[in-house]
Design a protein. Structure first.
Lengths: 212, 212
DNA sequence: ACTTGACCAGATTTCAAATTTGGTCATACA
DNA sequence: TGTATGACCAAATTTGAAATCTGGTCAAGT
């Protein structure tokens, strides 16, 4: 059954490439099939609709970013701290052309797919974020004068603010510098001093894996 | 010369009302003239183009919000502190249907007018913000381990993040609560303890007046 | 058993005619 | 004499039908 999975991967690879180069609207199933060296019908053996195919590309892209986060977490448990997490995730998103394009080009690249429930569940994303915040709260690693739901809301606002800001960023700073700035901001806004242990990193990694 | 100004005000009032009700694209100069009870040509005695007229509406709306800020500053000098300023400005924007619509409906309400230079100069906005941050830095009212340009960038990212978040906010919190949350976030992220005096409030008020 | 591309209906694009609208200015009016 | 107006025009926008394209199916081929 491996060849089947291989083909699926190949199709997703090809689709991601076309998506990055031409944008959501301009890529047809025929294009994808042609570039993958197979017939159009074969694509439909894997996904029922065009939306599902591109949704799968999107989901895989997110999964890859999340996988990066898990890897970073394993390499350095301190990434479990909210401010480190923020910077790392910021970079993980901007590093991937498709996600970056989604942020910058917005509608251009993904059309109405973003926001729709195909391929990726935004609700689950929020749920995981909330759980993560709970974990941090229990360990006393975030400020205690705000409830976890408030912290989650504020954190996401800040995070998305920095992401959106990438749209009109000049050349006065590097992306790494902006990631550090986000980290510093989040740290003083929400974090409490504390040493992260491997158990915490594991717990967060498991949470994140729920998104893959 | 007062009747002329009165008529200008009337036209702007009527245009703002139509804009809020039908959106940028659907409002014609004839509509505006008709609703103001004057001929179309008369509108062109005040503004050279349609874009300039709506630009003036936009500018007046911003000016009103800024005037609110100046008033708040006079009433309570503590509003000069970055976190108080943030909450107050947040509310001043969301309180005005046209600006609120710009945030929420985005393209729907303002079309390509936003981002264009007509009626309002985004560059000046940034300059004023930078000056404001300099003033705070000189008085030691913001953290010292970040340079003012970094502080400005981070603050604007956070502020806009909270504004954007209004788009998909649920009913679990009130707008005032979200303003307080923004305030708290900004305070711990960027502020340093300090007592604001009337001189500071004046200075900031003067800066802001440069936007009117 | 698996793959394919011809095929079809519905969606999208084209393109020209019809309509609307921004902007002007000769005329009316105070 | 100075101000206001709406008929007027060119340009932009909308409409609508024909032409084209594309998502999705499935009978035929391997």
């Amino acid at each position: 059954m491996t060849p089947r999975t291989d083909r699926e991967t190949k199709i997703l690879d090809v689709a991601a490439d076309l998506l990055v180069r031409h944008g959501y609207r301009r890529v047809t199933i025929d294009d994808v099939a042609g570039a993958a060296g197979i017939g159009k019908g074969t694509v439909y053996l894997h996904w029922k609709t065009r939306e599902e195919l591109f949704g799968a590309v999107f989901a895989r892209e997110i999964s890859a970013a999340v996988a990066d986060m898990v890897a970073a977490l394993r390499a350095d448990p301190a990434v479990a701290l909210l401010h480190r997490f923020a910077a790392e995730f910021f970079l993980a998103i901007l590093r991937r052309p498709l996600l970056y394009g989604m942020v910058i080009g917005d509608v251009q690249m993904w059309g109405k797919l973003v926001g729709s429930e195909v391929g990726y569940d935004g609700g689950r994303h929020n749920a995981v974020m909330a759980s993560y915040m709970d974990v941090l709260a229990v360990r006393g690693l975030v400020r205690k004068d705000l409830a976890p739901p408030e912290l989650t809301y504020a954190f996401q606002s800040v995070f998305e603010g920095f992401i959106y800001a990438e749209r009109e960023v000049g050349s006065e700073s590097t992306r790494d510098e902006r990631a550090r700035l986000l980290s510093t901001t989040v740290e003083s806004a929400f974090s409490r001093p504390g040493i992260p242990d491997d158990a915490l990193a594991d717990e967060v990694a498991v949470l994140l894996s729920g998104l893959v």
